[in-house]
Design a protein around this ligand. Structure first.
Ligand SMILES: *[C@@H]1O[C@H](CO)[C@@H](O)[C@H](O)[C@H]1NC(C)=O
Ligand SMILES: *[C@@H]1O[C@H](CO)[C@@H](O)[C@H](O)[C@H]1NC(C)=O
Length: 552
């Protein structure tokens, strides 16, 4: 390792011999690389969801003029409601289906405004997306995956009990999804509806709403292992028994008290759940980035305050939970946090100053940062190689089945603005290749043989996972993980979770280069709500390509 580092520095010094040494050291980045996948998909990927057929559904909004992608067959949409920015007759797409395997895309047609909406995958793999703006604010939209290019959005008029704009969704253990908050909505509801009224008050969203700036939209919601929901808004969190509409735990304020939610947008993940067969599973949440109190008002006056460089980590299952603070290599607002198949977290996208909202971000942060949750505190963050494309407000990132991270979007403007602005509307798609995809690891990388892709897995079921490794296998360094694909927008990945299966993963040698490890699937929907997951085998931190499994 030390030698590699020295070699790296020598290499960098040779490359940038004319640049002062100090600059090199502060910019040193050691892992991963980027690839431009599409210069333009015609829309800006403001919202993204990976489906179980390796297609990604993306959409932006319907009320900011024509996109760069026409709808097929002369289809057009008339719009008499979104009169603020919209054109009355729009024959362009504001949603696409991106096919990961062929790196191609096709236009989809949303009928109403999906701007700043939310969603989740249902247990059967359909994407249910909710809310938006104006004519879209009470819509429920369904996307039923297909492989023949024939499927498109279906919309349910008044599918929601109330308007939902900047809300957060999460899939639930009973197969429904919950929709929490949204602008001026201090309550939650379910899809499908469970009662006529279907609106449950949540005073916590009133208490955490900063006057005139909010700072609690798109709350960070994580399903705890006890079936309750951990909800973080602004600078603190509760544990909600949503079924009985009761707050069962109140967590301390995150030290410093600065806001972490829209428009002071940071991000959050539920860290990988391990030892999931024990009676008391531990769960930890990490919250990173955001903007100091007052930053939104400052930004509106042209003063772009440096973003927060702190993260708070808390054991949410602890009887006396406390935040432990950590420091990122740089401040970051509008960062995405993506759980990787080996249990690490990638912090990517965003800005070094300002806030979310039109024209309010500055100093793009181009380097992703890797967070290794199991390293000792102080040695968890590692700077990665930079992209060349700023990903500001309305940018997104999701994990793909092959272990890459798909990055798109960025549009801090009320229209599609390509010239004469600081950060032009981004229609491009890129992939970040974490270091584990480097060719030098190919002899360590497992290849899954069994189960077959799309296998059905029950709960508390023993499963033999068979894989190949061409190099030498370190038997005690094999783990099997399951990753739930998230709905990502506004720097938060909804329903994202990673489960580490099995306690002692002893890999049994079968025949040449082929091994088997037996794992037990999660015990309940509280740990793993029914649905599609990506299953990976990781060996010495190098993950295989994933396979889809259906947990039910
Ligand atoms: C989108 O279309 C506009 C108008 O035709 C053009 O000026 C712009 O360059 C296009 N943008 C991209 C990224 O293709
Ligand atoms: C973006 O473009 C629209 C017209 O398409 C224009 O009215 C608006 O001023 C532009 N925004 C900025 C920030 O330049």
């Amino acid at each position: 390792m030390a030698q590699t580092l020295i070699r790296y520095f020598l290499f960098v010094n040779l490359l940038f011999a004319s640049i002062p040494c100090q600059k090199i050291l502060t910019q040193a980045a050691i892992g991963g690389y980027w690839q431009l996948l599409q210069k333009s998909i015609g829309i800006s990927a403001m919202h993204m969801q990976l489906l179980s057929n390796d297609r990604v559904i993306m959409f932006d909004r319907t009320d900011f003029g024509p996109s760069n992608l026409s709808l097929p067959n002369g289809k057009c949409r008339t719009d008499f409601i979104n009169l603020l920015f919209a054109i009355k007759l729009d024959c362009t797409a504001h949603s696409v289906e991106y096919d990961v395997l062929s790196n191609t895309f096709r236009p989809l047609m949303v009928q109403t405004d999906v701007w700043c909406s939310s969603g989740a995958l249902m247990p059967d793999g359909r994407l249910i997306q909710t809310g938006g703006f104006n004519d879209g604010e009470r819509r429920v939209r369904i996307f039923n995956p297909c492989n023949n290019g024939a499927c498109d959005w279906q919309e349910i008029v008044s599918g929601l009990a109330t308007r939902r704009w900047y809300a957060t969704n999460h899939i639930l253990p009973d197969g429904r999804q919950i929709i929490i908050g949204g602008r001026s909505q201090f309550n939650y509801e379910f899809y499908p509806k469970d009662a006529a009224a279907n609106v449950y008050s949540l005073p916590f969203l009133v208490e955490t709403n900063d006057r005139n700036t909010e700072n609690n939209l798109y709350p960070f919601v994580h399903l705890n292992v006890d079936g309750n929901l951990f909800i973080f808004a602004n600078n603190r969190a509760i544990l909600l028994d949503y079924a009985n509409n009761k707050v069962v735990k109140t967590y301390p304020v995150l030290p410093g008290g600065d806001p972490r939610n829209y428009p002071s947008t940071g991000s959050s993940v539920l860290l990988p759940l391990k030892n999931i067969q024990v009676a008391y599973i531990e769960a930890e949440v990490l919250v990173c980035g955001g903007a100091p109190k007052g930053s939104f008002v400052q930004a509106s006056q042209g003063d772009f305050v440096a973003a927060l460089n702190t993260c708070g980590r808390i054991k949410i299952t602890d009887p006396n939970p406390q935040w432990i603070m950590e420091t990122m290599p740089q401040g970051r607002v509008m960062c995405d946090m993506i759980l990787l198949p080996n249990g690490n977290v990638l912090v990517v996208n965003g800005a070094g100053a300002g806030t979310a909202g039109w024209e309010y971000g500055r100093n793009p942060v181009l380097n992703p940062v890797l967070y290794r949750p199991d390293n000792p505190i102080g040695s968890r963050f590692e700077q990665q190689n930079p992209s060349s494309i700023p990903r500001m407000y309305h940018s997104t990132a999701i994990l793909l089945r092959d272990g890459r991270v798909l990055v798109g979007g960025s549009n801090p403007h009320a229209y599609y603005n390509f010239t004469g602005v600081l950060f032009p509307t981004e229609l491009s798609l890129e992939a970040f290749y974490p270091q584990y995809l480097d060719a030098k690891y190919s002899n360590l990388r497992p290849k899954i043989i069994l189960p077959n892709s799309q296998a059905n897995l029950g709960y508390a079921q023993k499963v033999k996972v068979r894989f190949m490794v061409t190099g030498t296998l370190a038997q005690n360094m094999v783990s099997v993980t399951m990753v739930a694909p998230s709905f990502t927008t506004h720097s938060f990945s909804m329903s994202q979770r990673v489960l580490v299966l099995g306690g002692d993963n002893v890999a049994v040698y079968l025949c040449e280069s082929t091994y088997e490890v037996e794992v037990t699937t999660p015990n309940s929907g509280n740990v793993a709500p029914s649905g599609y997951y990506l299953l990976f085998v990781a060996h010495q931190d190098i993950p295989s390509e994933g396979i889809w499994v259906h947990v039910q």
